[in-house]
Design a protein around this ligand. Structure first.
Ligand SMILES: Nc1ncnc2c1ncn2[C@@H]1O[C@H](COP(=O)(O)OP(=O)(O)OP(=O)(O)O)[C@@H](O)[C@H]1O
Ligand SMILES: [Mg+2]
Length: 263
């Protein structure tokens, strides 16, 4: 990172779909902002769920991440950043157009570094940049890994999600070798944890006792909580929707754990 200002850049990633990536990017972002950090959430998923989850409707014709990736020299990244309704919480939004970037960049030189180039000039304005990723190993995900220093891995406490971790770690190793040697997995977070079910406890135990995953498992699991889904539906982080819900409490605790742990 070029500037002297310390900005933590965290990708929230797991190639498996529906494990809680977007909910984590949005709510951890909200929790960090409540802790006084200046936060930017970058929506690198054409599904644009993080953008919507923050209650943002991209104005017609407004530049988005797509425009930045197509032409990083086309204009300052700052022009694409939108403020949310909450203090210290901004978003670099996506629309479905972003899916086109994949195809359009395929033959371009340096296509893996488009996002990194695009974010130039934003690092010094934020304490934390959280990047939501799509559920696939796409050129978009590679771009995210090329510019992030940390990876947070939500893992649903379900056998299929557990099995998918191997793929994620293979991807991270390949990226470390070829594209970004600084990329590290900061932590695995158990999500959709349901204390009443045996499978949740079993998967948590498997994570804890695994030689690679165990030391990376963060202490705070995110419990299953329908309020989280309700809040996403109304375009608010759960911390600003029901601050006493399990979801809000868990994300606040996860933010504290990550701040204590450091990069
Ligand atoms: N802890 C939770 N408790 C209850 N519902 C949750 C929880 N976390 C996420 N959800 C809900 O589960 C669904 C999937 O979550 P989310 O969109 O965050 O997953 P994702 O990994 O980003 O999915 P995709 O791979 O499609 O991008 C959403 O409807 C979300 O509101
Ligand atoms: Mg998502």
């Amino acid at each position: 990172m070029e500037s002297t200002h310390d900005c933590r850049t965290m990708a929230v990633a797991n190639e498996k779909g529906g494990v809680g990536k977007t909910v984590m990017a949005v709510n951890l972002g909200a929790a960090f902002s409540l802790k006084g950090k200046a936060v930017l959430i970058v929506d690198a998923d054409p599904q644009a769920n993080a953008t919507r989850g923050l209650g943002i409707e991209v104005p017609e014709g407004a530049p988005t991440l797509y425009d930045l990736m197509k032409d990083p020299a086309g204009g300052p990244a700052r022009d694409c950043v939108l403020k949310t309704r909450w203090d210290r919480l901004d978003v670099l939004p996506a629309t479905v157009d972003l899916a086109g970037a994949e195809v359009e960049l395929v033959d371009e030189q340096g296509r893996e570094y488009r996002l990194k180039d695009a974010l130039e000039g934003l690092w010094e304005s934020y304490d934390v940049i959280l990047i939501d990723t799509p559920p696939s190993l796409s050129l978009l995900t590679v771009n995210v890994f090329a510019c992030a220093a940390e990876v947070l891995v939500p893992c649903q406490t379900h056998p299929y999600a557990y099995a998918a971790l191997e793929e994620l770690f293979d991807t991270v190793s390949a990226i470390q070798k070829e594209i970004n040697p600084e990329l590290t997995v900061t932590g695995i977070v158990a999500t959709f944890f349901d204390a009443r079910t045996r499978v949740s406890h079993q998967i948590l135990e498997k994570l804890k006792s695994h030689p690679l995953y165990g030391p990376l498992l963060l202490k705070t699991p995110i419990r299953i909580n329908t309020t989280i889904a309700d809040s996403a539906l109304v375009g608010k982080p759960v911390l600003f929707y029901r601050k006493r819900s399990y979801g809000a409490v868990d994300f606040m605790q996860l933010a504290e754990e990550l701040l204590e742990k450091g990069p």
